[in-house]
Write a new protein. Structure first.
Length: 168
């Protein structure tokens, strides 16, 4: 008979231990929080900057007229107080100054780049965009090319850098 009693006690002990696993862990009835004790919860929604900038892959210079190229920005979402800046940071045949040089061997076709009424040189900003939902544009005008001494394709690769920065 003693063996039966041991089994019943053991089964009852396991059942009580199982119920205790579902009980809340931090309830203290004898130490209530004061009525003026406020607790805070900070909610955070981290939105990353985003944008799409499109720069034409090719501009075909002409000998008899200027041509335009448009840089566009869409879906621009920036941190408050920042702008999206596009700078002309390099040219494969031009080191400085306002005259650029498309080359074919020793033959050089010279041209300039303008944004509005301003001539552009390496290091200048060519576009500035702010947070907006609509498409934004900046148009560059490439002057007539002149000075080539040989027929054929004259080229120069321009490098642009895109960055966000404070608007001031």
């Amino acid at each position: 008979m003693k063996k039966e009693n041991v089994k019943k006690v053991l089964v009852a002990g396991v059942a009580v231990a199982g119920l205790a696993a579902f009980a809340p862990a931090a309830v203290f009835a004898d130490d209530p929080a004061p009525q003026n004790d406020a607790k805070t919860l900070q909610t955070v929604y981290d939105v990353q900057p985003k944008y799409t900038v499109t720069i034409p892959a090719t501009v075909s210079l002409e000998a008899d007229k200027s041509v335009s190229a448009t840089i566009t920005a869409t879906d621009v979402l920036l941190e408050r107080g920042n702008v999206l800046s596009v700078n002309l940071t390099g040219a494969s045949n031009t080191n400085s100054g306002y005259d650029f040089h498309a080359k074919n061997g020793s033959s050089v076709a010279t041209y300039t780049i303008r944004k509005g009424r301003n001539d552009i040189k390496i290091g200048d900003s060519v576009a500035r965009f702010e947070t907006e939902k609509s498409e934004q544009r900046s148009t560059l005008t490439f002057s007539k090319a002149s000075g080539a001494t040989y027929a054929g394709t004259h080229t120069e690769n321009l490098t642009f850098t895109i960055a966000t920065r404070p608007s001031h």
